[in-house]
Every structure is written in C-alpha cells, then in structure tokens.
Write a protein that binds this ligand. Structure first.
Ligand SMILES: O=C(O)C(=O)C[C@]1(C(=O)O)C=C[C@@H](O)C=C1
Length: 357
C-alpha cells in the first residue's frame, strides 16, 4: 500500500469518527438538558471511570489504557462544556504542574483561572466564582503540602476527585548548541531533581543555574533570551513557545504529585474502586489509646488506611492534633458508614472519590 492510499483510508475513518463524535455530543446535549431540569451535577468522575474501564475490557486493538484515557478524558471535557461550561481555578502560574493536572481532567476547552495561592483557590470555590479548584496535596518524594492540608480543615469544601501526574521536566531553549547557553532558569527543587542530567550535559561548560520562583517563570525568561534555557514542565515550554530540546530529564521517573479537585457540596456515587478522606478531631488525645482505638475500628472492618497525617490543632498553648485520614472504600459502604455514624461528632467527611491506581 502506498502512503497516499493509507492516508486516504485514515481520512475516511476520521470522517466516521467525527460523525460518531457528533452523534455522541447530541446525546450528551440531551443529558445536559435532563440534568439542568433536575439540578443534577454535570461532572461525574465515577461514570467517566466506568466508561474507560468498560472500553479497556472491550479493547482488542493497539490502544492501551493510557491512550484510551487520554482521548476519552478530552471527550468528557468537551461533553461537560457542552452540558454547562464550568470554570476551574488552579494554583498558578499558567504552565505550572497544577495547570497540567487541571487540564488532564477538564481538557483544553474549559475556562481556567490561574490563582497565586492555594488559599485563593479554596476561596474562589467557596464563594462560587468557580465550580472546581485544583490544588497540589502531596509529592511522593517531597511529602505533603501543609497549607493545603490545613485549609481542608479550615474551609468547608469537598473533594470531587484526585489526580496524580508524573513530574516530568523538559529542557527548553531556543539554541541547539548547549555550549552557547549562559544561564539556566528553574526552581531550586527542579534543579535538585534534574541534577544528574545537568551535571552530565554541562560538565566543562559555563552555564550558570539561576533559581526563579516558578518553572513557568523560567520558561518565560528562556523565551526572552536565546542564550538561556529553562528546566520546566512541558506545558510551560509550550505556553511560552520555547522549543523542547530534551524531555524527561529528571533523575527519577518515580516522582509523582497528587492533586485534589475541590468543589462545594460534591458527592460522587460509588464506583467500585473508591477512596475516602476524613478529618478526625478526637477528644482527649492526651490519653493513651484514643487514636489507636479509633484506627482499630477500621482494622476490625478490614478497611485499608492509605494515609494518616497529624496537624496541630492550634487551640491554646497545647500540643494537640487533628488527623487527616484516607482509606479505601466509599462513605456509602455499610462498614465505613458505621464508623462515620459512631463518630459523627468528631469526624468530618471530605469526600469519597474514584481512587487513582
Ligand atoms: O453520563 C453523564 O452523566 C454525562 O453527563 C455524560 C458524560 C459523558 O460524556 O459520557 C459527561 C460528563 C460526566 O462527567 C460523565 C459522562
């Protein structure tokens, strides 16, 4: 077969795909009408997971799960926009990893607001300026984002979904000759996480490492000066139009950051593979066994705990703590409901949501 005839076949399939996508959007438009008439929630992460799971089991071609997910998450994002355009705030600046996390769920067509602080993201959801807020919660190498955890206690928001993205850094520059680079911009932490690449590539060369406040800022600076470079996210290089010379330059490919999607009064239906986050303010934690007894209730019901963080209560001059606890399962599951009911006075449910493997 010639290239031309293969391309003709591709064109014919693309025509069919477009027709099918339009038919799908017509159904989605009707779902949107139905939902608006009953005031139902547009974003249904558990339904999206169900669709992707089903397609994965039916799949017998070259598409793997990440490919199915990438294409269908974009379709869902377009669908949701058609049903009701929803605004999404994220911890900026534009081109940050949080921006990347937001786009991975809400697609390229949603209306985004980059905000300067995690607190401002919480507040924009709280006041209804946006429907969803995306914030980082932890990195598997660097640990938790304390400000985000504390705001979960302070504010009255719920968790609609979690997103995990691998932290990949790119080396972006306008020059193709490394010897011409005089300055490399990035965040301190990114220099640390890419030290092997930087040491190997610039051994004997004179490039200076210049720390700046964000990797997006680094990309912007590299866009302005041809003899500089940025260690930044792919999305930042794309945003500021700086050519990517090397991709995935980080020392460890196990580096992942977890983000939460926040909303007001959001409740997911059980998906069959969920996680639940609660806040526990237990009384008398100075007495022996209070926390152990509480955790024993999970153990007794065979509920797997996936996280426990202690944070200061900041009540007077004491050393007392509250706990952020995450476990497998959904708050509608009978065993988890028993615990929540039993401790209704001291436990606040932040949400049950589809668990990212
Ligand atoms: O099934 C729904 O509730 C829809 O709104 C449709 C749809 C889809 O495109 O399939 C879109 C958005 C939801 O997040 C889940 C699924």
């Amino acid at each position: 077969m010639t290239l031309e005839s293969l391309r003709n076949d591709i064109d014919a399939l693309d025509d069919q795909l477009l027709t099918l996508l339009n038919q799908r959007m017509e159904l989605v438009r009707r779902v949107g009408e139905l939902k608006r008439s009953t005031n139902a929630v547009i974003y249904r992460p558990e339904r999206e997971k169900q669709i992707i799971d089903r397609l994965q089991t039916k799949n017998n071609g070259l598409m793997n799960r990440p490919a199915i997910e990438a294409i269908f998450l974009e379709i869902f994002a377009v669908s949701r926009n058609l049903e009701l355009p929803e605004r999404v705030a994220y911890l900026g600046p534009e081109g940050s990893f949080t921006h990347q996390a937001a786009e991975s769920r809400f697609g390229a067509m949603s209306a985004y607001m980059a905000l300067p602080t995690i607190r401002s993201v919480f507040e924009s959801v709280e006041t209804g300026r946006v429907r969803f807020g995306v914030i980082p919660i932890e990195n598997n190498q660097e640990g938790i984002v304390e400000e985000a955890i504390d705001l979960l206690l302070e504010k009255d928001l719920t968790i609609a979904a979690e997103v995990q993205i691998p932290v990949h850094f790119t080396f972006a520059t306008q020059t193709e000759n490394l010897a011409e680079i005089t300055q490399i911009y990035s965040k301190d932490i990114a220099f640390r996480q890419c030290s092997k690449f930087l040491n190997d590539s610039f051994e004997g060369l004179k490039a200076e490492l210049v720390p700046v406040e964000s990797t997006s800022r680094a990309a912007k600076l590299a866009a302005q000066n041809p003899h500089t470079a940025a260690v930044c996210s792919h999305i930042a290089a794309k945003l500021f139009d700086v050519p990517v010379l090397f991709d995935n330059i980080e020392d460890s490919d196990l580096n992942r950051t977890r983000f939460l999607i926040l909303a007001k009064n959001f409740k997911n239906q059980p998906s069959g593979s969920d996680k639940t986050t609660i806040i526990a303010k237990l009384p008398n934690t100075e007495s022996p066994g209070v926390l152990a007894e509480f955790l024993q209730e999970f153990n007794a019901r065979n509920i797997n705990l996936t996280k426990i963080e202690s944070r200061p209560l900041r009540e007077g001059a004491t050393f007392r703590y509250w706990f952020l606890i995450e476990c497998e399962g959904h708050s509608d599951d009978q065993d988890l409901q028993e615990i929540l009911n039993h401790h209704a006075a001291e436990v606040k449910l932040l949400g049950s949501y589809v668990r990212v493997a």
